[in-house]
Design a protein around this ligand. Structure first.
Ligand SMILES: NC(=O)c1ccc[n+]([C@@H]2O[C@H](COP(=O)([O-])OP(=O)(O)OC[C@H]3O[C@@H](n4cnc5c(N)ncnc54)[C@H](O)[C@@H]3O)[C@@H](O)[C@H]2O)c1
Ligand SMILES: [Zn+2]
Ligand SMILES: [Zn+2]
Length: 383
């Protein structure tokens, strides 16, 4: 079958790989009909995530058709159209029981922090991902969710990650009615976080990025105020200034380890790799939230440490909430929101690229070419 193949930093290609096999009675094999490239994949692509092995296939956002099931799979049948949450979760361990499906204790033998994630290095379990024609899906009685009849697959594929992550960013922020929310990052996740902030009662939503076309998009889509930090002397002072010198009630980091904007952070975090990515947006979030405010982090940072102003967290009495999104927990509510027209995820999809051209898609998305917000890879496989 055809699959994306990682060859080292900023080198990916399409390759022929063996068809995946059922390895456990609760596995399923899914024929992928759509997969996305995520900002999280860029951390892998740029070589910032430890133990990203040459030869691995990325892709944790995909939908498809169940092709084969293991002998213990009861909740799915061959032919079902499914969306598959990016977290691999057993659904039974004590963390899954608490709804912490991003922190499953069973699905990732390599770590005690994050659970398994499709196509996300051996630090997240070493599973092959869905930027391929077929993918093995473990714990198939729990994760895969049958796509409701009539739902557009473009909406469904964004329910595997972007929508729940943006929503959870706003949820973790504990937004109170009338709050001023600042979202760092106008990628798909930041755009969705800005949109969802309104659902929690925000009074004002502000997005910060450095890419004008993305700022323009979020300004219309969320809708919200949106500013380019490249023109600012100091983004923290800018945010203080537009919030009566108090700061935002809530700041959301939807950037993570590839943040631009600070030479020190970029050199130590992205060039020398002596910290786990550049923590510039998180730094700005901590310093521009008001005293007693909340910083909600969904931007991904690799293991182990980052340079952040922890003293300011203490002295300002800031609450920090963070996690990988717990997709399965949020799906019922978010499927409803999509079906009722409250959320329109597919509007984020700007590029539809044949899987064969996966290298071009990474180039376009990572370099923010051609006004790209979210690319979808389409395998040409037919059943
Ligand atoms: N927690 C989760 O469950 C989860 C799920 C999906 C994605 N993520 C993470 O969310 C982050 C965003 O994902 P995405 O797909 O939107 O990525 P993306 O790369 O498309 O977007 C990131 C945006 O941040 C902007 N940016 C760079 N430096 C900035 C700064 N200092 N301040 C403000 N903006 C800045 C970039 O210009 C870009 O538009 C990534 O770190 C990704 O790994 C987390
Ligand atoms: Zn993702
Ligand atoms: Zn579990």
């Amino acid at each position: 079958m055809l699959a994306m193949n990682y060859r080292g930093p900023r080198r990916v290609r399409i390759d022929s790989k063996p068809y995946p096999e059922i390895k456990h009675p609760e596995d399923a094999i899914v024929r992928v009909t759509r997969s996305c490239i995520c900002g999280s994949d860029l951390h892998l692509y740029n070589g910032n995530v430890p133990d990203t092995r040459v030869g691995s296939t990325f892709g944790h956002e995909f939908v498809g058709v169940v092709e084969e099931i293991g002998s213990d799979v009861e909740k799915l049948k061959v032919g079902d159209n499914v969306l598959v949450p990016f977290n691999i979760a057993c659904g039974k361990c004590s963390f899954c029981q608490q709804g912490l499906y991003g922190n499953c204790h069973e699905s990732n033998p390599q770590a005690t922090a994050v659970g398994g994630i499709f196509g996300y290095s051996h630090t997240a379990g070493g599973f092959d991902g869905g930027q391929a024609e077929y993918v093995r899906v473990p714990y198939a009685n729990f994760g895969p969710t049958v796509i409701p009849p009539g739902m557009d697959p473009d909406d469904a594929v964004l329910l595997t990650d972007v929508v729940p992550t943006g929503y959870q960013a706003a949820e973790m922020a504990g937004i109170q009615p009338g709050d001023t929310v600042v979202v760092f990052g106008a990628g798909p996740v930041g755009i969705m976080a800005a949109r969802c902030s309104w659902l929690f009662g925000a009074g004002r939503v502000i997005v910060i990025d450095q890419v004008d076309y993305r700022l323009e998009f979020v300004r219309n889509y969320a809708p919200c105020e949106a500013y380019n930090f490249k023109g600012m002397d100091d983004p923290v002072v800018f945010i203080k200034k537009i919030t009566d010198w108090i700061g935002a009630d809530v700041c959301i980091d939807a950037v993570g380890a590839e943040a631009a904007g600070s030479a020190l952070q970029t050199i130590t975090g992205r060039k020398l790799l002596i910290q786990a990515g550049s923590a510039t947006a998180l730094h700005w979030a901590i310093n521009s939230v008001r005293k007693g405010g909340v910083v909600s982090i969904v931007g991904v940072y690799g293991p182990t440490d980052n340079l952040v102003p922890i003293g300011n967290v203490v002295n300002k009495g800031i609450t920090i909430r963070a996690n990988q999104a717990s997709v399965k927990r949020l799906l019922p509510r978010l499927i409803d929101h999509v079906q009722n027209g409250i959320l329109n995820p597919k509007a984020l999809i700007t590029h539809r690229v044949p899987l064969e051209d996966v290298a071009d898609a990474y180039n376009i998305f990572s370099n923010k070419l051609d006004n790209c917000i979210k690319p979808v890879l389409i395998p040409s496989t037919r059943s």
